[in-house]
Write a protein that binds this ligand. Structure first.
Ligand SMILES: O=C(NC/C=C/[C@H]1O[C@@H](n2cnc3cncnc32)[C@H](O)[C@@H]1O)c1cc([N+](=O)[O-])cc(O)c1O
Ligand SMILES: [Mg+2]
Length: 221
């Protein structure tokens, strides 16, 4: 039986990057996916926008929904302050196994907690099981029809405090229309769109950056 795409990405990382160097891991994945085989990483162009958001926000607690091969996991964790922690949820066991290898290769296992399971099941358990109060940053990059239900679940579970940022990938391609409609029209969020391109292509895409204002929302300001 042949290898899977995540296995080929791991091999490219082990072949073309340096252990303990997150930057070289990120570059090796981008090189592989740009020149050999496309994969659904946030990629280098949108990745720069993610970097800027993380460096500006300096989040201490980060939640990522949809680890896949841990490209964005490594990219974000590499920029976090020393005491910060990133929790990433992935329900596909094969992807999670590859992601864990890539996280370890990058030397970031202390900063990253990879949980194998579905966001809908795990979000309600994070306070209890991981002593999380609230998240400063949530990176949404999982199934696009889960962005809205999981955002409402985060609100319901009290996991967002005013000032928390939701950063959502693929709001144009493949698109997340119900999520966009919600964050752009709810008084609970101040939302802005960062125009970019679908990873490793010229297709239109972008990231939506939404600041949580609180459950009451402040109405129209
Ligand atoms: O479909 C896309 N992403 C879905 C990502 C899915 C990944 O998140 C996990 N997951 C899903 N719901 C989950 C719930 N809980 C945990 N893991 C979950 C899946 O097991 C998969 O590893 C996508 C597609 C394109 N594209 O051009 O087609 C481009 C992109 O950048 C994309 O992100
Ligand atoms: Mg994506």
């Amino acid at each position: 039986t042949g290898s899977t795409r995540p296995q080929r990405i791991l091999r490219a990382v082990q072949k073309n990057s340096t252990r303990g160097s997150p930057c070289s891991v990120v570059n090796a994945i981008d090189d592989y996916c740009k020149h050999k085989e496309w994969a659904m990483n946030v990629g280098d162009e949108k990745g720069i926008i993610v970097d800027d958001v993380v460096l500006e926000l300096k989040p201490i607690t980060v939640l990522e929904l949809g680890t896949y091969c841990a490209y964005s996991t490594v990219r974000i964790a590499n920029l976090l302050p020393p005491e910060a922690k990133l929790i990433t949820l992935e329900f596909n066991a094969e992807s999670a196994a590859i992601a864990r290898e890539i996280i370890t290769w990058a030397g970031l296992e202390e900063k990253i907690q990879l949980i194998i399971g579905a966001s809908g099941d795990w979000i309600p358990r994070l306070k209890e099981e991981f002593g999380i109060e609230t998240f400063d940053l949530v990176f949404l990059d999982h199934w696009k029809d889960r962005y809205l239900p999981d955002t409402k679940l985060l609100e319901k579970c009290g996991l967002l405090k005013p000032g928390a940022v939701l950063l959502a990938d693929n709001v144009i391609c493949p698109g997340t229309p119900d999520y966009l409609d919600y964050v752009r029209n709810s008084p609970r969020y101040k939302s802005k769109f960062y125009r970019s391109h679908l990873e490793y292509t010229q297709e239109e895409d972008g990231l939506e950056h939404s600041v949580f204002l609180g459950m009451a929302g402040r109405g129209a300001e």
